[in-house]
Ligand binder design. Structure first.
Ligand code: NAD
Ligand code: TYD
Length: 373
């Protein structure tokens, strides 16, 4: 039986999971600015979830926050029943590779079990729908290019048909979740879409990932840790470009399909850190050049050498292109962190300090052979 809509606004809501994290909170803001229909945000507020990210919309009648876990099936059923979303955009996950190496359990629970439970409730809800609502319901699963493994410097970039070869516990857990989504489409007819995107950067990113960590450590006069020789390559995507890509896939993507999203900005880590230092020298010069704080440290175990995305499918099918170059995106990101020092302070206290101790204490300086490799 189709559930009666409470009102026309709730009929048009979308359910976002993990909306208090980095990409999720940018997405909620982007959605309210560009689409404007109501958003329900389910988030369990792990260390990475910060409701302050959405303080600017906390009083907005179009925004509803629900504190809860993906693994709470009863809560999920209630949310579907009460809010009747027209789509689910699933960001919630444990997302940091280094944390997955030190403690994989949480990754399996959130990324695999959590996605499974969400799929089950979405499926039950979808089956209860009729007519227009059933036809237009969507489940969009946000995933990563890390499921494809690693590339040599001359390999072609990852396309949607590249075989999965995840190397870290994080990547394996995301690969498993992608497979569940695929199966729920093929077996149960759940109208799914999967996006696999490259490394995001931009405002509101927790300073455990390379770009915000470098900025916040530089400003605090701390070492800028570069793993191994710093020649690992990532393809950087500005977070708001990711948001516009997700909107495009949600409205026009073909059901059951995967879309790769990339910024076409392949850079070696050391180049990224040096560029950030140069931008900081220009925008907030310190007593000496920030690059002098760079410290090569022991490499990450199983470190993927290179990621690169072939984004031709989303470009040709959905006419999506990133608006930012790496230069413009990085400059506005640095400026955002300079303008939002209290935000960095509020998220880098307490539990964050324990993490820094755990992740970096055992690394020491990199062996000479690692740096010169
Ligand atoms: P994040 O770690 O900043 O945020 C994750 C959010 O999910 C947090 O708010 C957290 O509280 C919430 N969460 C975690 N477990 C939960 C659970 N069991 N129930 C409810 N909420 C839970 O992550 P992010 O960087 O914003 O990434 C979002 C998504 O995008 C993830 O699925 C990630 O795999 C994917 N992704 C991220 C990147 C990137 O560069 N950050 C790149 C590609 C794909
Ligand atoms: P990260 O931001 O953790 O993203 P991912 O591992 O998902 O790509 O790391 C980006 C790259 O930067 C990765 O090659 C690891 C490297 N890195 C460092 O060199 N030093 C650091 O302190 C961190 C956090 C990452």
């Amino acid at each position: 039986m189709t559930q009666p809509h409470k009102d026309s606004a709730s009929a048009a809501s979308i359910l976002v999971t993990g909306g208090c994290g980095f990409i999720g909170s940018n997405f909620v803001l982007d959605w309210l600015e560009n689409v404007g229909t109501p958003v329900v945000n389910l988030d369990s507020l792990t260390y990475a979830g910060n409701p302050e990210n959405l303080a600017s919309v906390s009083g907005d009648p179009r925004y509803t926050f629900i504190y809860g876990d993906l693994n709470d099936s009863e809560l999920l059923a209630t949310i579907f029943r009460d809010h009747h979303p027209r789509a689910v955009v699933h960001f919630a996950a444990e997302s940091h590779v280094d944390r997955s190496i030190l403690g994989p359990d949480a990754f399996l629970r959130a990324n695999i079990d959590g996605t499974f439970r969400l799929l089950q409730q979405a499926r039950a809800f979808h089956q209860s729908l009729e007519g227009f609502d059933r036809e237009h319901f969507r489940f969009l699963h946000v995933s990563t290019d890390e499921v494809y493994g690693t590339l040599t410097p001359t390999d072609p970039p990852f396309s949607e048909t590249t075989a999965y070869a995840p190397n870290s516990p994080y990547a394996a857990s995301k690969a498993a979740s992608d497979m569940l989504v695929r199966a729920w489409h093929h077996t149960y007819g759940l109208p799914t879409l999967i996006t696999n995107c490259s490394n995001n950067y931009g405002p509101l990113q927790f300073p455990e990932k390379l770009i915000p960590l470098t900025i916040s450590n530089a400003l605090a006069g701390k070492p800028l840790p570069v793993y191994g020789d710093g020649q690992q390559v990532r393809d950087w995507l500005y977070v708001r470009d990711h948001c516009s890509a997700i909107r495009a896939v949600l409205s026009l993507g073909r059901l059951g399909e995967t879309y790769n999203i990339g910024g076409n900005n392949q850079r070696a880590n050391l180049d990224v850190v040096n560029t950030l230092c140069a931008l900081l020298d220009e925008l907030k010069s310190g007593p000496k050049p920030y690059a002098e704080q760079i410290a090569f440290v022991k490499d990450r175990p199983g470190h993927d050498r290179r990621y690169a995305i072939d984004a031709r499918k989303i470009q040709s099918e959905l006419n999506w292109y990133p608006a930012e170059t790496f230069e413009t995106g990085l400059r506005s990101t640095v400026q955002w962190y300079l303008d939002n020092a209290p935000w960095i302070e509020s998220v880098t206290s307490g539990a964050y300090q324990n993490w820094v101790q755990q992740n970096y204490a055992g690394r020491g300086k990199a062996a000479r052979s690692e740096v010169s490799a």
